[in-house]
Structures are given as C-alpha cells and as structure tokens.
Ligand binder design. Structure first.
Ligand SMILES: [Fe+2]
Ligand SMILES: [Fe+2]
Length: 493
C-alpha cells in the first residue's frame, strides 16, 4: 500500500509539472481532464471555466460513449451552467468546496435534471460524481472539474470515488488552476501586445491619406506570403518552414515595419507618396503614347497619307518629351506650360476616339501642381523612418520568440544587391522574413486600390515591375515568384 501511495504521488507531481509548461489553453484544459481521470479512474468528465456568473464547458470526455469534445463542440453539447447553489457545479464554484455524490440518481441535495436528461439522450448512466473547484492561489474559483463514474479497480464497474482519490485530485486541482491562470495570463499579454501593435499600425495608416491602409494590408500579406512559402513543395523555397511562433514574429514585424513614420513630417510623407504614385503612373502614360505612335508608324509604312501622319508622329513624340520633362523634379508649372499640358490632354492626333485621351484630368492636375521631388534633406527624412522603426522597436523587451521583430521590421527597404537603406545590407545579412516583408511592401504599394491619384496598376505591370526588381537582385527572386503564384499573377506579364 505504501509503495502504491508513493507511485501515485510521483504521478501527481509528474502530471502537475507537465501542465505547468503547457501554454495552449485548449490543450491545457484537455490535459487537465485527462490527468484527473487517470488519477481517479473516472470514466467521464467535464472541465468548466468560469466567466462571470456562468460556468462554460470547455472539454468533455466520456470513454463509454467514445466522446472527446473541445471548445465550441463542448459548449454546444452541454451549454453553460449558472453559478448558483442549486446545481452541483455552481455550488462547488460558489463555495470553493469539493462535492462527492455516490449516486446522482439518489441524491436529493442537488438538482440532477441535467445529467438525467443527458443520460436519457445518450443511454449513459451517470452514477458517482466528484466535483472539484479549480481555485487560484489567491482563492478565486476560475473553473470546475467534474468527474463521473469512478471505475472500481476490481470489477471495472462504476462505483464511488475513493477518499484518497478525492484528496489526490484536490491537490492536483490546485496545480491545474495555477497552470490555467498562467496560460491565461500569457494569452492576455499576447492579446494586449497584438492590440497595441495594431493600434500603432492604424495610427500610421491614418497619418497620410496617400498611404491608405498600407500597414494593415502589409501585415496581412506578410503572414499570407510566409504561409504560402511554408506550403511550397517545389522550387528553391520548398524546404522553408515557419512555426507558429515565427509566424507571430512575422505578423508583428508587418504591423510595425513603418512605425518609424511617426517621426516623419506629414508634408514630407505626402509629398513622397504623391510622387511615388506618380512615378508608377508615368509608365502607364508612356504606354498610351506608344500605342498612338505605333498606329501612326503603321499608317506611314502602308502609305496612308504619309505626310500628314509623319507630322502627327513628330507632334506625339514632342508631346511625350514634354510630359516626361514635366514629370521630372522642378518648380511648379508656369501658365504657358500648363496650357500646353491641357492641350495635350485634349489632343486626338488623328488616332484617338472621342472618349480616349493620353492624359486624364487628374494626371494633368498632378503634373501641373506637383511641387517637384523631395529635397535631399526631405529624402533623408523620409528614409529615416526605418532608422526610427529600429530605434523604437529596440525599446520593447520582446520575449525570445519575438526577438527578431526589430531586425525584420527595419530591414524592409534593404535590397539584396546592397543598394537599399538604411544599412545597405546585402543578401547574406537578409533573413527570409526580411525578404518576404520587402517584397510585400513593394507589392502592396503597386496594387493598392485606396490611394488618391493612383489607381492600381494593371496586373501585367505589377508582374513586370516585381520581376524586374527580382532580376536586378533588389528583391528575392524566389520570394517574388511564390508571391505572384500565390496571388494568381504568375501567368501575367
Ligand atoms: Fe517603409
Ligand atoms: Fe511600408
């Protein structure tokens, strides 16, 4: 008997220690029930957690019925129980006391309509019940452990719980409650950090109307691309895998990558982004001019009024040169040049139909009103946002599994060939997570549909720009290909 006691105590210490390192709440609750059943030989059981004045079933086990339910499934099966003295679990929670009932069908102390109804539905026969409160070290009851039908060692038939088992499970319950409290604290802290990080990201997005919801989209795309790479079974990235914790690191790095923009003056941000949007657009305008040129050249070649069409071709080429010059940095346009721009915008060159024009009114407006590119100082201020991202994030004592967030977040403007900023790092110093973020940051800017003066580029343009960046060793070519594949764009361009 002494040897038996010894073995049981050792088992108790083992299972309680194992619980204390489990951080996943759902898994933890399942383990608590499994261990409690193992210690007492219970055929079935339920763990409830307390939320206010209700107990919610989180895990249900029943060996006879072959049941193992968790989370929503458990809640659906039994429904919540009120914390009140009339029902046995409510009583245990309210008074912090263990209740042992030898046969629930013969008890007059509590209302056992619930178990009887359950039995009627399932054909089960509830007999002995041991209800133990899960009490935090401070004395607060945070849940209830309910065990059903102790199997007797000799017969295997359900009978009452043994006194020594009751003591053992009470000791176990206090360890389980401490583990539950810790897991919840960790989860609460994680949720708080996540919430703070999102709040900061939203604030950056709100700072400039030219960046729309850039940060939010980058955060989503970042995790999505990492998961797409994780799923890769062929190609250069086939072996790359990301665990849950790495994905969390990647998500936070996405939310925080532009956090340093809190220090960037709004006018610099807006100016940079307006031009950024415009640089992309000039390519679209160039395509329109090229189309008109091609038609005129074809007419000249086929002898269709060659003189007139040659004159038009010269005009188109001169106009394009003017538009291109107008896009270059410089002071705002004078009246004459603005009029010429408007004239170009209304020109058909003998080619365009009544609805077609080479410049939209918004493009004319942007070209005419643009205050020129950033001064070198402003450019420096703009680029400094990543320096500030690094500085700010280094203030946060991230836990070990998130320790690379500052490094990943602040490397999103670095390029594989060393031409990026702020440090001019090269491929060897750029981890996969940083390469993913860099590609996503560019992709988001190209495809955004919520930027003033900047409609999203046609897919083939997006593909061409990203593949050019990959070919020039700016972005990681393998990452870019998975991104395009994942976005269904690999066949474009
Ligand atoms: Fe940035
Ligand atoms: Fe960004």
């Amino acid at each position: 008997m002494v040897a038996d006691e010894h073995a049981r105590l050792r088992r108790l210490i083992e299972v309680t220690t194992a619980l204390s390192i489990e951080r996943d709440l759902e898994v933890l609750l399942d383990r608590i029930l499994a261990c409690a059943r193992e210690l007492t030989g219970a055929d079935a059981g339920t763990v409830y957690t307390r939320e206010g004045d209700r107990l919610h079933p989180r895990v249900i086990h029943n060996d006879t019925l072959g049941l193992r339910l968790r989370a929503a499934q458990a809640e659906d099966r039994l429904g919540p129980v009120a914390v009140e003295p009339g029902n046995v679990s409510g009583y245990a929670a309210l008074h912090g006391k263990t209740v042992h009932v030898a046969d629930v069908y013969r008890s007059e102390e509590f209302d056992f309509q619930g178990p009887r109804r359950y039995d009627a539905q399932t054909g089960y026969r509830s007999r002995s019940m041991l209800v133990v409160p899960l009490t935090e070290p401070g004395g607060r009851v945070i849940g209830v452990l309910q065990l059903l039908n102790a199997r007797q060692a000799e017969t295997g038939q359900p009978g009452p719980f043994r006194d020594e088992d009751v003591e053992l499970v009470e000791a176990f319950a206090s360890g389980a409650a401490a583990a539950l409290r810790n897991a919840r604290l960790v989860e609460d802290l994680r949720a708080t950090l996540e919430g703070l990080v999102r709040a900061l990201g939203v604030a950056i997005d709100a700072k400039s109307r030219y960046t729309g919801s850039h940060v939010q989209r980058v955060a989503e795309l970042n995790v999505g691309l990492a998961q797409a790479i994780h799923r890769c079974e062929k190609g250069a990235l086939a072996g790359v895998r990301f665990g849950e914790e790495e994905l969390e690191e990647i998500r936070l790095a996405g939310w925080l990558h532009d956090i340093g923009k809190v220090t960037t003056p709004v006018y610099v941000m807006d100016k940079a982004n307006r031009l950024q949007g415009f640089f992309d657009r000039i390519e679209v305008i160039r395509e329109r001019f090229r189309r008109v040129e091609a038609v005129l050249l074809e007419r000249i070649r086929s002898g269709d009024d060659p003189e007139e069409n040659a004159r038009r071709l010269d005009a188109v080429r001169e106009d394009w040169a003017f538009v291109e010059a107008a896009n270059r940095p410089g002071p705002p346009m004078d009246r004459d040049r603005e009029l010429r721009l408007k004239r170009i915008a209304s020109e058909a060159y003998g080619v365009l139909g009544p609805e077609e024009r080479l410049l939209t009114p918004e493009e004319v407006e942007t070209l005419a009103r643009s205050r020129g590119s950033l001064t070198p100082e402003e450019m420096e201020q703009m680029r400094e946002h990543v320096v500030w991202t690094a500085r700010m994030l280094r203030q946060i004592p991230f836990p070990p599994h998130l320790s690379r967030v500052p490094e990943i977040a602040s490397a999103h403007h670095e390029r594989l060939d060393g031409t990026g900023y702020p440090e001019g790092r090269t491929a060897e110093d750029l981890p996969m997570a940083a390469r993913i973020l860099a590609a996503v940051d560019v992709f988001e800017a190209l495809t955004a549909a919520d930027r003033p003066y900047k409609p999203p580029l046609p897919p083939e343009r997006v593909v061409r720009i990203l593949r050019e960046d990959a070919a020039r060793r700016k972005l990681d070519p393998d990452v870019v290909e998975v991104l395009l594949e994942w976005q269904g764009l690999a066949e474009e361009g």
